[in-house]
Design a protein around this ligand. Structure first.
Ligand code: MF3
Ligand code: CO
Length: 262
């Protein structure tokens, strides 16, 4: 995956498949959100997600994922609490009132992929945590709004960065969004920062997973010894949202959005 490789254009039929897998992703993620309550463990959420996949005959692209010799990812869900930015491994940790948690979930079906994440409050959270979540959500929306034919790739990240930095937050550089389709990670990489007007032109039929990660403090990242869990170096909170989005002649179509969700 990189900037140099060609960006796939999905056919009508392929887009139909991606709509289906996107809807399954959204449906299960919504069910997970409803279950993220105080006292629930991230391991229980992962267990629920496994059953939800199984019930529908779907596969997890996360389970066993291990690019470049990294330890294969052990869950179907990434559950990233508070200062964990992304790739939190599900386990015995219980959610507590006042936590924020990013639930990042993917589906593979018939060779096609969907990928989506939300950050939500566990019970009541303070106003600063709310501001971080809302800013990150709106940064994603502004990035998505740039996904129109004729724009350039870096217009997406530029819009995300401007929105987040206006609030004084740090935009994570170490992880980026990505093309998605036959593989969970395809060309191009989609950074959440940059100058506008750079990179390839966006075309109808391209599908990208846009996923801003925004820290209350420094954008710097540290990965724990488990080889996955990515945390903020300064211990500040981090929020993460992701949607799988198709570029159409009429503008962006969010494939992982369903009624009743954001
Ligand atoms: N949404 C993340 C990504 O696109 C989740 C994948 S991490 C995995 O990179 F290891 F769980 F697959
Ligand atoms: Co992703």
């Amino acid at each position: 995956m990189g900037f140099g490789e060609r960006i796939a254009i999905k056919s009508r039929r392929e887009i139909e498949r991606m709509r289906d897998v996107g809807q399954f992703t959204a449906e299960i993620l919504l069910e997970l959100r409803e279950r993220a309550r105080p006292g629930v463990t991230t391991g229980q959420l992962d267990e629920f997600a496994r059953k939800a996949l199984e019930k529908r005959g779907l596969n997890s692209p996360f389970l066993g994922y291990g690019p470049g010799g990294v330890r294969p990812y052990p869950g179907v869900l990434c559950a990233s609490i508070n200062e964990v930015i992304v790739h939190g491994i599900p386990g015995p940790r219980e959610l507590r009132e006042g936590d924020i948690i990013s639930l990042d979930f993917g589906v593979e079906s018939g060779g096609w992929h969907g990928d989506s994440a939300v950050t939500i409050a566990v019970g009541e959270i303070d106003s600063e945590a709310t501001r971080l979540i809302e800013t990150t959500r709106s940064a994603l929306d502004l990035g998505i709004a740039q996904m129109v034919p004729g724009n350039r790739l870096s217009d997406i990240g530029h819009a995300v960065q401007v929105r987040a930095e206006r609030e004084g937050y740090g935009v994570v550089r170490q992880f980026v969004g990505h093309g998605i389709g036959r593989q969970m990670h395809e060309a191009p990489q989609v950074p959440n920062y940059g100058q506008p007007g750079r990179g390839p032109r966006l075309k109808t039929g391209m599908v990208f997973a846009i996923e801003p990660m925004v820290n209350q403090g420094s954008e710097k990242v540290r990965v724990l010894d488990d080889e996955w869990t990515a945390v903020t170096v300064d211990g500040s909170l981090s929020a993460h949202f992701e949607h799988t989005v198709l570029i159409t002649d009429d503008g962006p179509e969010v494939l992982t959005r369903i009624a009743g969700s954001c």
